[in-house]
Structure formats: C-alpha cells, structure tokens
Ligand binder design. Structure first.
Ligand code: TXA
Ligand code: MG
Length: 321
C-alpha cells in the first residue's frame, strides 16, 4: 500500500516541483480544480492511464477528460470547429469540456478516450494547467473519487476515497464551484452531454443560440457513460423536493433557503445556488454515516448552476441499477 502525502498549494510553490516530479515519473496525483478535485496523470502514457482507471475502480469503457494548458495544446489532440474555438476562447480556462473528433497519431494513450474516436478536452483553472504546461503534455483527470461515489470537493474527500492508492494530493482548500464542468458535444449540432458549472445561459450568450440538452435517458447506450442514472449516488436512498415537515425520523435533511430544519444541514441559508453547488457533494458525504437511513432534500430551483444541481440530484435519487 502506498503512503498518501498531502501538501498545501501555497505560494512558496514546493508543491510545483513535487507534483511535477511525480507526474514526470509516471505517477498520479490528486489535484484541485475550480470544479472538483481531479486524479491526474500523463495522458500520453497508457500505463499511467491504466493506473488512473485502477485507482478509481472505473470501468474501462468510460473515457477520461484531458486537461490542457491552453487552446494551442488542445488543438494538437482534438479537431476544433469554429464553434469549438469560440467556446474555448470564451470559457477557458474554466468549467467547460468540449467533446471533439480525436486526432490520430498524436501520441495520446488510446485508453484516455476508451478506444473511441472522440476526445473530451478542457482547460481548467488551478494547478493542472501549469503542470501540463511544464510537462508539455496534457493530463488526463477524472474526478478524484472512487467510481460511483460523488466527486471530491476537498483534499480530505480525495484522501477518504483514494488514500493508500495514490502517492500525492495537492490541497487547494474547498473547491470553488463544487460541481463538475459542463460537457458540450461539438461533433454535430452542439449538445450538452452533462450540465455543469457553465450554465446553458452562458453558452447561449456566446453562441447566440440555445444549446440542446442531450436526452441520454432515451439512448440505449448513453453518450457519456459516466452519465448512467445512479452514478452520483450516496449509499442510502435520496428523496427530492421534501419540505421540512415531511422529513422522516431517520432521514438527514439538506435544507435550502427558507426550507430548513433545526439540527440538520442547509445547502444555503440565503437560497444562493452557487453556495448550494459548492456544498452539495460535501453534504451528501456527511450524510453517509451510521444511523442515517435516507437523505431528504429541499426544493432547489433549476436556474443557472441549479440546472447542474438538479441533474446530480435526480441521479442521486434514481433507482439503483
Ligand atoms: O469538472 C470536471 O470535469 C472534472 C475535473 C476534474 O476536471 N472532471 C470530471 O471527470 O468530472 P469525470 O471523469 O469524473 O467525468 C467525465 C465525464 C464522464 O461522464 C465521461 O463519460 C465523459 O466525461 N466523457 C469523457 N470523454 C468523453 C467523450 N469522448 N465523449 C463523451 N463523454 C465523455
Ligand atoms: Mg466523475
């Protein structure tokens, strides 16, 4: 078993040399991004990609997002249309992932795209971009949780899920946004595969047209395998749109705005959707404790980042496969 070391992302920058040498040597590390923590490794080495899948316990048919330092690095691996370029220029570095035709013969490990002919690319905020720039290579990074768990939004969550399986975690404090990037498929008419921290309104503003939400529920095989309905599930049943008076004795309640219950958590006392997003995964993890037989969640409006919240909550509440 590996000893997992956590080091702070401080201004001194000792983390930089340490993280660089682990990645250079083919190791994998837990790294903060503005959305959630990622589990990063060199996207050009198939042994590294295998170890990412193994550490997460992730099925091999579920491709990874590659994280690049900038648009120029992205263009080496994916085929950008004008629309893709426009979105990258508007939102990178930031919480938007583009699914593009994969360029061949670039040296990217085939397992990154799970052997498929498309590639999910994003340029994140935080240390991943810097590290990728220093290495001169993209970093594959799924969320740093065990497969099937909710994403990690703190270094402690990463340690909880992956401690003993990875050597290094960079601690950048709680994730600023707290939900994953929005994934847009640009191989045909733009389609949102996963609502996320970039809202559909923000996308529409840049593109001058509303971007449709892919209805993966109707597909026999979801376009993003990670979007299977019970993917973001805690270990106990989850009920949505529950008012404080309807909470059962052995349930934990997650309040929102005026719907709150004494002795229970609230995602945002003031009804702020951004605050609720940043707290959701931590709150779900806190509810996964002995004695809690279910999680009841207050109504949350599906506007802006609330659309991503609604998506994750529906998945958390979906019947288990
Ligand atoms: O915010 C985020 O996107 C975080 C941070 C770490 O960057 N990453 C993240 O990665 O959420 P992951 O692996 O947990 O989720 C990636 C999703 C999965 O649902 C996967 O199926 C989908 O992206 N995906 C990856 N490559 C794809 C592709 N070529 N086509 C369609 N979906 C893809
Ligand atoms: Mg994930």
């Amino acid at each position: 078993m590996t000893v997992t070391k956590t080091i702070p992302l401080d201004a001194q920058g000792a983390w930089r040399t340490e993280a660089y040498s682990v990645l250079e040597a083919g190791g994998i590390i837990g790294v903060p991004t503005e959305t959630v923590y990622g589990l990063a490794g060199d996207a050009t080495r198939s042994d590294v990609i295998d170890s990412i899948y193994a550490a997460k316990g992730r099925p091999a048919n579920n491709p990874l997002i590659v994280h690049v330092a900038d648009l120029a690095m992205g263009e080496r691996y994916g085929l950008f249309s004008d629309t893709a370029r426009r979105l990258a220029k508007a939102f990178w570095p930031g919480p938007l992932t583009l699914v593009l035709p994969l360029k061949t013969g670039t040296g990217l490990a085939a397992a990154v795209s799970a052997g498929g002919d498309s590639l999910a690319i994003r340029c994140p905020q935080g240390p991943l971009g810097d590290l990728s720039m220093s290495l001169g290579r993209p970093l594959a990074a799924p969320s740093a949780n065990r497969s099937g768990h909710v994403s990690a939004t703190s270094a402690a969550h990463v340690l909880e899920d992956l401690g003993g399986r990875i050597g290094l975690i960079l601690d950048g404090g709680p994730s600023r946004l707290g939900v994953e990037s929005t994934i847009v498929d640009l191989r045909g008419d733009p389609q949102i595969l996963r609502p996320g921290a970039t809202s559909s309104d923000d996308l529409a503003e840049v593109l001058g047209a509303v971007v449709a939400l892919a209805d993966d529920a109707e597909d026999a095989k979801p376009v993003s395998p990670g979007q299977l309905s019970s993917h973001y599930a805690p270990s106990v049943p989850v009920r949505l749109n529950v008012l404080p008076g309807q909470v059962l004795d052995d349930e934990a309640y997650l309040g929102f705005g005026k719907h709150a219950l004494e002795g229970h958590q609230t995602l945002s006392m003031t009804g702020d959707l951004g605050e609720a997003a940043s707290r959701l995964y931590g709150a779900l993890r806190d509810c996964d404790r002995p004695g809690v037989m279910g999680i009841a969640i207050a109504p949350i409006p599906a506007d802006g980042i609330g659309q991503a919240l609604a998506n994750r909550l529906q998945r958390a509440a979906a019947p288990r496969a």
